[in-house]
Design a protein around this ligand. Structure first.
Ligand code: DON
Length: 304
């Protein structure tokens, strides 16, 4: 497959001027990002690298980080994790409070904010220094020891993070949060602030495309079963109340973030990351989704 040709065609066909989306502004620091940014990077299991545009520029990965923290929590708790968080699509916005009341504080899945905050609670309970251990994990799977948090973005989100504070407080009232609120949201705001490029994200997510092993060394990081489950959750819950649409248009497991990044994988084939900060009303990158739709259409392959 001539991936570079396909990526070149996508870059030619798509333009930020044609989309209606808006840069996230509820995190003040993210509102400063240049809306024209557009990049894509594909890393295939036969070691082809293809890219265009701003694919090596770092951006705020936001909710994409939830895949990394879920992986760590699954390693620690095993099956017991599913007593604390469910595995169903939410059909509600990523920061919704309403479902929690009906469902007694058990979040629908680990990728909506409430679910990711329960995962943070678990990591705060079980790790000495969760922020350092998350960095260690991401650096290892990316092969880049320089990946770091963007402390300005983390502080910016904390300054307006009322909904996330509300979610943790509410779940604490319902018995599904064990630690104090502050260390949980502090860890959460930092994980969301991780700064990575499309190239680094595609490298990191090769783990999930390569059935739980690092491509370069063959080292197993997660079991095949856990890897299957993480990919299944990305397929059904990775795009919140737009998970059906992403499956319908693109047909790959993936994860989005309000920094405008999307990563998707084709098991055994490749991982691909795209970045455009203009978000649609569901909080997913409008141009990013269009680029991935073009990608699976032009290659003629998805997982379906
Ligand atoms: O908690 C928040 O609202 C953000 N830190 C992350 C949300 C997010 O990325 C949703 N994804 N599309």
């Amino acid at each position: 497959m001539e991936y570079q040709k396909i990526l070149d065609q996508i870059q030619e066909e798509l333009n930020y001027r044609d989309v209606f989306g808006k840069v996230a502004s509820y995190i003040p620091e993210l509102a400063k990002v240049d809306p024209k940014k557009f990049g894509m990077y594909l890393y295939s299991t036969d070691a082809q690298n293809s890219s265009f545009g701003d694919s090596s520029e770092k951006f705020s990965i936001q909710s994409i980080s939830k895949v990394f923290t879920l992986t760590m929590a699954m390693q620690i708790l095993g099956e017991d994790l599913w007593d604390r968080v469910d595995v169903e699509p939410s059909g509600d916005p990523f920061n919704s409070l309403t479902q929690l009341e009906h469902e007694k504080g058990i979040p629908r899945n680990p990728f909506i904010n409430s679910g990711a905050l329960v995962i943070c609670d678990i990591l705060v309970s079980n790790l000495k220094d969760p922020k350092a251990e998350l960095l260690e994990f991401v650096r290892k799977i990316t092969g880049n020891p320089e990946i770091d948090y963007d402390y300005t973005v983390a502080a910016s989100e904390k300054s307006t993070g009322y909904r996330n504070y509300a979610l943790v407080n509410y779940m604490k009232a319902l018995g599904n949060i064990k630690n104090d609120v502050e260390p949980i949201v502090d860890f959460y705001f930092h994980q969301c602030s991780l700064a990575m490029s499309c190239e680094e994200l595609a490298k990191a997510f090769m783990l999930y495309a390569n059935r739980g092993k690092l491509l370069e060394t063959g080292e197993r990081i997660i079991s095949k079963t856990k890897n299957k489950r993480i990919n299944a959750l990305m397929q059904t819950c990775g795009f919140y109340d737009e998970a059906g649409e992403f499956s319908f248009e693109v047909g790959l497991p993936g994860k989005s973030g309000v920094g405008g990044g999307i990563v998707a994988i084709h098991p055994g084939q490749y991982s691909v990351a795209v970045w455009s900060p203009l978000l649609n009303p569901k909080g997913n990158s409008e141009l990013g989704m269009a680029a991935l739709e073009r990608f699976t259409t032009l290659t003629g392959y998805s997982i379906f």
